[in-house]
Structure formats: C-alpha cells, structure tokens
Design a protein around this ligand. Structure first.
Ligand SMILES: NC(=O)c1ccc[n+]([C@@H]2O[C@H](COP(=O)([O-])OP(=O)(O)OC[C@H]3O[C@@H](n4cnc5c(N)ncnc54)[C@H](O)[C@@H]3O)[C@@H](O)[C@H]2O)c1
Ligand SMILES: [Zn+2]
Length: 354
C-alpha cells in the first residue's frame, strides 16, 4: 500500500485514524482550507477531531485560476509566519485544488513535512487525493510543475459532501465514470444511469470505495507513471487541453466536465486507432454527451486552442500528444500517436457535429 486510505463511516472511525492517534506526537497540526472549505468543512472537522488543538491557515484566494507556483510560495510564507517547524503535521482539507497545492508546499517546506489529506469534494475523494501526485499550473498549462509525495494517510469522510454544489458532484462523477470505462464497464453503466436519473447519492459509499479500489490498484502497480498508471489519463489529453482553453477564454469548465468531453472525443478516436467496436463507441459517446452536454457558449473555434494546448501535455514525447484509447470497454491501451488532422476532425465531429 503506497498510502493508507481510511473511510469514515461512523463517528468513532475518526478515532482510529493515524492523524488522530499521532496528533500529540506532532509539535503542531496545521489545517489549510480554501474559502468554501473554511466555511463548510472546518466545522465538521472540529466535530470529528473534538478536543484537539490545531492551527488553521485559511487560503481564501486559492482557486483553480490561482493554482500556481505563486500560491505554493504563499503557503510556504504563511507556514513560516506561523512558525511551523519540521515536526508539524500538515492537513489539507479541501478539494483537488487544496490537496494539489498544499501537498506540493508540504513536500518542499523544510524538505517535507508529514502530510494528511482530507478530501472534501467527490473528485478529491475518488481521484485527486489518491496516489501522491501534487501539481500546479504554469503559464496556463495544467499541472505542469509538481512533486511525487505521499500523504501519511487519506481520510475519506462522505459527511463533507453534504454542502458540495451539484456541478461539483457531476465533476467528481466524471472521474468515477472514467474508472468504469478503463476497468469495469458494468460500473460505468451503473454510474451513468444514476447520473442521468439525478440519483447521484444512491449507493454513494459503495461507489466511492469501488473507485478508490480501482485507482489504488492501478497506482500501486506503477507509482511513477512509467507504464500502467497512464491508463488513468484516459480522457485527459483532450480534457486537460479543453480545461485550459476554457480557463483562458474566461469561462472556466470544471475538471471532471472537461474530462467527460475529452473521454467522448477519445472514445470516438478509439474506433480507428484502437479497434473499439463502432456501435459501442457510439453508445458511450452518446451517453457521455447526454449527461455532460457541450456548453452553449462553446463552439468549434475552440478546436485551434485545444490543438495548441495539447502540444504542452505532460504525457507528450517529442512534442506530440499521446493518447490512452479503448480497445474495448475496460481495456485501455496507452501511448497512441494520432495525426493532428484526425484529432481535429474527431473534436469537431464529436463535440460540435461538424
Ligand atoms: N493530483 C492528482 O492526482 C489529481 C487528480 C485529479 C485532479 N486533480 C486536480 O484536482 C483539481 C480539481 O479538484 P476539485 O474538483 O476537487 O476542485 P476544487 O478543489 O476547486 O473544489 C471544487 C469546488 O468545491 C468547493 N468545495 C470543496 N469541498 C466542498 C464541500 N464539502 N462543500 C462545499 N464546497 C466544497 C471548493 O472550494 C471549490 O470551489 C484540479 O486542479 C485537478 O487538476 C489532481
Ligand atoms: Zn482528472
């Protein structure tokens, strides 16, 4: 196990966490939150770890737009200002933006402090908090700089989700749907049916556990992403580029939403370049676009930006984008190179029907 994941199902489960049992061994426990998690999640944290003292550092200005090296510096400055020493523990309480940025800062501050992740968004619970990758955006390119650094423990408490806005649920569901497409097609169908029926909370804990299992199994086999872990990037070559272009155009798109549209394009490409059966591809694309429709404000003009942004993707070799495609549902293949004209055509055809 590269880092333990502890699920909180009853109040007493919190007492079994490593964070709780080791609390008094640390010189300080420092909890960092963004604007929303200060308001919505800190009270639940206090109730969970009752009678424990901690230093709270709010980061109200931290969002996807400011997930940059400057925010990492800002966190380091705040840790210094609070006299946080090498024997302290850092707790990142928030979504993927908090765990990525605080994780990065904790990995370099005084050459690395003990780190705990308490993801509070669905996407954080099933994806961003797992696997030890911390990244921030650079020059408008997603997650361009970062570190590999394991938290001591990831604590998953669905109690935090009570205040999560609907669009954030949908964003988290997209990564779970990805887990289905790369590893368990029946799981994909269950999730997409739930989402289409607006019943996202049905069997929620079961689904979170299933997604955590799938992601952890993949990263355990390949921590540094030299091989198998790459399959987790399904939908992300186009998805990350789309997310960056939407951000540049001033209409930010949730990460999961961009990945869902990226999965639609990459599923379509899988027919010609990985041998995916056409009828299955059509069905997957249709179902994805039903629940993640292309925003009305977006048109085919974004294709040029996506093509340009893909040139900077971390997965590239020799400046050429590399794709994870599906040979069959649940059977991904990595490192697929595709001619630019075909990618352009697939984006236009799949997302804009032109
Ligand atoms: N490191 C990794 O392996 C990895 C994997 C996937 C995604 N990511 C990154 O994660 C980020 C996306 O994560 P995210 O979707 O959690 O984004 P996020 O952290 O921006 O959270 C989404 C929104 O929900 C709010 N929020 C979070 N928890 C809440 C709660 N319980 N109640 C009310 N509001 C709450 C946040 O303040 C924010 O406004 C992206 O930057 C992506 O690149 C990293
Ligand atoms: Zn993702």
């Amino acid at each position: 196990m590269i880092h333990p994941v502890r699920f909180i199902r009853t109040a007493s489960d919190a007492l079994k966490t490593l964070l709780y049992t080791r609390w008094n061994d640390y010189s300080q426990v420092v909890v960092l939150t963004d604007k929303n998690t200060s308001k919505h999640c800190l009270p639940h944290f206090r109730n969970t770890f009752v009678n424990r003292d901690f230093i709270h550092i709010p980061l109200p200005e931290l969002t996807e737009e400011s997930k940059t090296l400057r925010s990492v510096e800002n966190i380091i400055a705040k840790l210094m200002y609070a006299h946080v020493d090498r024997h302290a523990a850092i707790v990142a309480l928030g979504g993927g933006v908090i765990t990525d940025t605080v994780g990065f800062a904790a990995s370099v501050y005084k050459r690395g402090l003990h780190l705990y992740f308490i993801p509070t968004s669905l996407l954080g619970m099933v994806d961003a908090a797992l696997g030890g990758k911390n990244g921030v955006n650079f020059n408008g390119i997603k997650n361009q700089t970062g570190t590999f650094y394991f938290p001591r423990e990831v604590i998953i408490d669905p109690g935090y989700l009570a205040t999560l806005p609907r669009r954030e649920w949908e964003s988290g569901f997209a990564e779970m749907i990805k887990h289905g497409l790369i590893a368990d097609y029946a799981y994909f169908e269950q999730l997409i049916n739930r989402l289409a029926a607006g019943r996202m909370t049905d069997k929620l804990m079961e689904h979170i556990i299933r997604s955590v299992e799938i992601k952890m199994r993949i990263i355990q086999s390949d921590f540094r992403e030299s091989g198998k872990r790459k399959i987790l990037n399904f939908g992300h070559t186009v998805g990350h580029a789309l997310e960056a272009c939407a951000l540049q155009s001033g209409i930010p798109m949730r990460h999961g939403y961009a990945v869902a549209l990226g999965m639609a394009v990459e599923t379509a490409l899988s027919v010609e370049f990985a041998g995916l059966e056409k009828a299955i591809a059509r069905k997957i694309v249709r179902r994805l676009l039903e629940v993640y429709p292309v925003p009305e404000s977006m048109d085919t003009a974004i294709t040029d930006c996506i093509m340009e942004a893909m040139k900077h993707d971390k997965k590239n070799t020799g400046g050429e984008p590399s794709f994870v495609l599906l040979q069959a549902p649940g059977q991904p293949v990595c490192n697929k190179k595709i001619p630019g004209s075909k990618i352009r055509e697939a984006i236009k055809h799949t997302l804009f029907s032109v």
